[in-house]
Design a protein around this ligand. Structure first.
Ligand code: FAD
Length: 423
């Protein structure tokens, strides 16, 4: 097929973004607002990969990295419990060793504090950014600002969250400690066994993560942006400069490229000198269209490590960290476990029928994405590896990329997200 040749105009650029997940689409909108000509290439429809099935949380205080001082000692308990949040494919262990090594190094108080501060800079503005983005896309009702409740059944579980709560207080502000009465006042649908917890008033959620990407993608194309369906097989470089994408539909000429292909970014990023370890951390959800109950707000079970969110399609129970090959068959025992956990959290929930889904988080060991210029090419930008936080971190990521392309100083300190921090 014939692609248009790239023409350059001073100050304005032709930018090709690989990936139409939430990160690619948010980035496309901010670049478009700066007056650049933007093309987004995806092998599928916008928002149909990992951005489809997340828990919808838009949380300025969601700043806790996965690697914490107590995380490793919980691994045996999590792995052996059939309802536990963690599974690892044993065959994958040899290839995951470098990732686990960096993860283990990040399990210190100092690294967790640095990570929380960095995540706050990305996730802190998330609610305001989505309010503005969704309003300009004509879909303000997709965003809710009802807060989020974190609940525990045991004193030990609640005590185990003390360090993370302190980080939230230090870097993200108000954490309201709640007792059983307040928990049930905030969310009457919860089981009475949940007696301890905290409430994060400044948190919000979206009522359909898929529709968020779809309305923003439509906003982008209505504004003159182009979506192209193609599978990118690699970058064609002239020295270090990108000249074309190799795709299943032929070579596509490019001038500047943003790699935001989520969990599939690593082979492309390697071509421009990025060696950061990336794991395919799969997660699951069940969504119950006819749940038989009303939920007022999203709830995290702090011990079970899953989230229940009221969505426009029903109640969604999401969670699980499964380290596996991205293309391994889904393990639907994980959704059965989530359905059981959901019924434990919400005793009147009808879980006999549900939609089930599996998706792949692009996870970096320190829980921070890779955002910045490629080490070996100043015309390739990186915006991937958002792990558990990609929905909420997408607007700030897109704004940073637009700052870099425009030659402005990035609006936040991007040193913690440096692509070369693992080398
Ligand atoms: C169970 C679960 C719950 C979660 N809950 C939350 C939450 O509450 N809040 C939150 O902020 N985050 C949450 N997340 C994380 C969030 O969903 C991800 O971080 C985010 O979706 C990543 O977005 P992305 O755009 O980087 O990737 P994706 O959505 O996966 O998009 C990548 C796109 O790139 C395309 N692509 C890949 N390779 C190629 C190629 N070679 N050529 C062309 N196209 C390509 C894909 O088709 C895809 O459309 C959750 C994740 C899971 C699994």
């Amino acid at each position: 097929m014939a692609w248009r040749t790239v023409t350059k105009t001073t100050g304005k650029h032709e930018i090709t973004i690989i990936g139409a997940g939430i990160v690619g689409i948010a980035t496309a909108i901010y670049l478009q607002r700066d007056g650049h000509r933007v093309v987004v290439v995806d092998k599928g429809d916008p928002g149909r990969a990992t951005s489809y099935g997340n828990a919808g949380s838009i949380a300025p205080s969601s700043i806790i990295p996965m690697a914490l001082p107590g995380t490793l000692k919980n691994v045996p308990k999590w792995i052996t419990d059939p309802l536990g949040p963690l599974t690892v494919s044993w065959r994958q262990i040899p290839s995951l060793l470098p990732w686990f090594w960096h993860f283990r190094n990040a399990c210190t108080k100092e690294a967790a504090s640095r990570g929380a501060r960095a995540l706050r800079s990305l996730n802190g503005p998330s609610l305001e950014s989505y309010r503005a983005l969704l309003a300009s896309a004509g879909a303000p009702d997709l965003l809710r600002h009802d807060g989020m409740l974190h609940v525990y059944r045991t004193e030990a579980g609640f005590a185990g969250s003390a360090f993370a709560r302190q980080l939230r207080t230090d870097y993200a502000g108000e954490v309201e400690i709640v007792d059983a009465a307040r928990i049930h006042d905030l969310e009457p649908a919860l089981a009475s066994a949940y007696r301890l917890g905290f409430f994060l008033r400044d948190n919000g959620h979206v009522r359909s993560p898929l529709r968020v990407v779809q309305v923003l993608a439509r906003h982008f194309t209505d504004g003159g942006g182009t979506l192209v369906r193609a599978t990118v097989e690699g970058l064609k470089l002239d020295g270090d400069a990108p000249v074309a994408l190799r795709t299943d539909r032929g070579d596509m000429p490019v001038d500047r490229v943003v790699i935001s292909a989520g969990a599939w970014s690593q082979p492309l990023a390697k071509q421009v000198g990025v060696r950061a370890p990336l794991a395919h951390e799969r997660g699951y959800h069940v969504e119950i269209a006819d749940p038989g109950i009303d939920m007022r707000l999203p709830v995290t079970d702090g011990e079970g490590k899953f989230v229940a969110t009221p969505m426009e399609g029903g109640i969604r129970i999401a969670g699980t960290s499964e380290f596996s090959r991205a293309d391994a068959p889904a393990n639907w025992a994980r959704t059965q476990a989530l359905a059981k956990l959901g019924a434990r959290l919400l005793p009147d929930l009808k879980v006999d029928r549900y939609e089930q889904w599996m998706g792949t988080r692009p996870s970096i060991p320190d829980s921070l994405p890779i955002v910045g210029r490629a080490p070996r090419s100043d015309r390739v930008y990186l915006a991937y590896g958002h792990g558990h936080f990609g929905l909420m971190a997408a607007p700030a990521t897109g704004q940073v990329i637009s700052d870099l392309v425009a030659g402005r100083a990035p609006r936040i300190d991007i040193a913690p997200f440096r692509p070369d921090r693992f080398t």
